[in-house]
Design a protein around this ligand. Structure first.
Ligand code: KIV
Length: 262
């Protein structure tokens, strides 16, 4: 997968798959899968570090995780998230952060929002770095939204998101994540812009879908928002395996003679 494939896949109406990946071991596994794209999302602040929102992701964290994912998945197209406020501290700071992610091994960066940063996004594209946009429920703005709420429900809000999507295409974004917006709005944006849309909680008509790996693998079965499908129950698998190990250790069944050096 490369940047040209995104446009080609939209033209050919072939859906694009993307999952988050934050670490070397998972990247080694995902390298062996058919998934098209890996996203080193700033959701790693929550999933890997236990914070309560993505605002805690820093550029150092993003670069470290991006480098680990690149080492594990040398053949995958990797998108790295520009973290909270990085795009709002002036061009030099933003470009330093873009450079950090690209040097860590990203093929592209993702930037949340549009208002007030269109020129910066165009500048990054003109500088030779592919930019993925992100509209709808942009989690870095969760405080401004008053919580994790579906965006674009009112006519005015929907129209504003459509206009933002068109401006992001104009600025040179190669793809656009649409998060937690009504299906009808995601469909309309997908029809109105020439770059692929990748949905999460945006219905079936976007040009691709993205999920957080740990969510789709059921690491926390209690986390089941409407848009999420659990493809595995990893928590059960891991707790079962670790409890069997514990039982074998405490009963003396592990290690066996065969598992010991003579
Ligand atoms: O950080 C992330 O995981 C994301 C996806 C939810 C799109 O931005």
């Amino acid at each position: 997968m490369n940047i040209l494939d995104f446009a080609r896949r939209k033209r050919a109406q072939e859906k694009i798959s993307m999952v988050t990946c934050y670490d070397y071991s998972s990247a080694c596994v995902l390298e062996q899968t058919d998934v098209d794209t890996l996203l080193v999302g700033d959701s790693l602040a929550m999933v890997m570090h236990g914070f309560d929102s993505t605002v805690h992701a820093t550029i150092d964290m993003m670069a470290m995780h991006t480098a680990a994912v690149r080492r594990g998945a040398p053949g995958k197209f990797i998108v790295g998230d520009i973290p909270f406020l990085s795009a709002r501290r002036g061009t030099t700071q933003a470009m330093d952060d873009v450079a950090a992610l690209m040097r860590a091994g990203a093929n592209a960066v993702k930037i949340e929002g549009e208002a007030g940063q269109l020129d910066l996004m165009a500048h990054i594209v003109e500088s030779g770095v592919p930019v993925m946009g992100h509209l709808g429920l942009t989690p870095q703005s969760v405080e401004a939204f008053g919580g994790h709420k579906v965006q674009g429900r009112s006519e005015g809000q929907a129209a504003a998101i459509i206009e933002s999507a068109k401006r992001l295409e104009q600025a040179g974004c190669f793809a656009l994540v649409l998060e937690c917006v009504p299906e009808v709005l995601a469909t309309s944006i997908t029809e109105q812009i020439g770059i692929p849309t990748i949905g999460i909680g945006a219905g079936p008509n976007t040009d691709g879908q993205v999920l957080v790996l740990h969510d789709m693998l059921g690491m926390n079965p209690a986390f089941k928002p409407k848009f999420l499908r659990h493809y595995a129950n990893t928590r059960e698998v891991i707790t079962g395996a670790v409890n069997r190990f514990h039982d074998d250790v405490t009963s003396g069944a592990f290690p066996s003679r065969e598992e010991s050096y003579a």
